[in-house]
Design a binder for this molecule. Structure first.
Ligand SMILES: [Zn+2]
Length: 247
């Protein structure tokens, strides 16, 4: 085993441990009943912890990107040696496999970071949302940061396929769902997202506007977040479903 292999193996084990830790934390955290005062006190703590988790995930992504660069070079080196008849095809295939695996890990890292950014935005905006006057059934309102629609038909996860179908037929690609129902990030934040989905579209883009029009016609409630919220990195997205109630 070369030094490079040992380093790659150590990095791989480290990333498994991190994923296992996140999973264990997600399993441990159960919804808790708490008073408003306790919630207010723990709110800062939850935000801090989530930002720490995000920082950890960003580091992991950087490690995986560095790993990808290394093993891509190794793959190219082996391919060259194979063409020169110096090594077997199996050694090239092994390197190719390692490249594909790391690319998948990077995709997972990016998906997790997008999920965290969205959850942070909703968590940060929740108090502002709760302060807003309630909308009548079918009511619609716009503010500088939010578009809200209290669709009378309601929403359950069973309706996701209808929205996906509309989007795919219109734009020829799949609906970019960044959170489908409750995720481990929501669990860790003690945030009820069971009956909602998040779509990574800016509400003012052509695609975002089309989805919002479809939801209004179908009577499906949504909250569209227009832009970045202080302290929450990226934030624009569409939350489909009722606002998350407090746990
Ligand atoms: Zn949401």
């Amino acid at each position: 085993m070369t030094t490079r292999h040992r380093a790659a193996a150590a990095l791989f084990i480290f990333s498994i441990q991190l994923h296992a830790l996140a999973f264990a934390q997600a399993k441990r955290s159960q919804p808790l009943a708490a008073t408003d005062a306790e919630l207010a006190r723990s709110r800062t703590e939850v935000l801090e912890k989530t930002k720490e988790t995000r920082a950890g995930a960003e580091k992991l992504l950087a490690l995986h990107e560095a790993e990808l660069k290394r093993i891509t070079e190794e793959y190219e080196r082996r391919r060259e040696l194979f063409y020169q008849g110096l090594i077997s095809r199996t050694e090239v295939v092994q390197a190719e496999h390692a490249v594909a695996q790391t690319m998948m890990r990077i995709q997972d890292d990016k998906r997790f970071l997008a999920e965290t950014a969205t959850a942070l935005t909703e968590f940060t905006m929740r108090d502002e949302l709760l302060r807003l006057p309630g909308l009548a059934l079918g009511g619609y309102s716009e503010s500088g940061t939010l578009l809200r629609f209290n669709g009378a038909a309601g929403f359950t996860l069973a309706e996701v396929s209808k929205i996906e179908k509309h989007f795919t037929q219109t734009f020829g690609r799949s609906l970019p769902i960044s959170a489908l129902g409750q995720t481990s990030t929501h669990d860790r934040m003690r945030f009820d997202h069971r009956n909602a989905i998040d779509v990574a579209l800016h509400p003012e883009s052509a695609e975002g506007r089309s989805v919002l029009n479809y939801l209004r016609q179908a009577g499906i409630p949504f909250i569209a977040f227009r832009g970045a919220v202080a302290g929450a990195a990226t934030g624009a997205h569409i939350h489909i479903g009722k606002p998350s109630p407090r746990l």
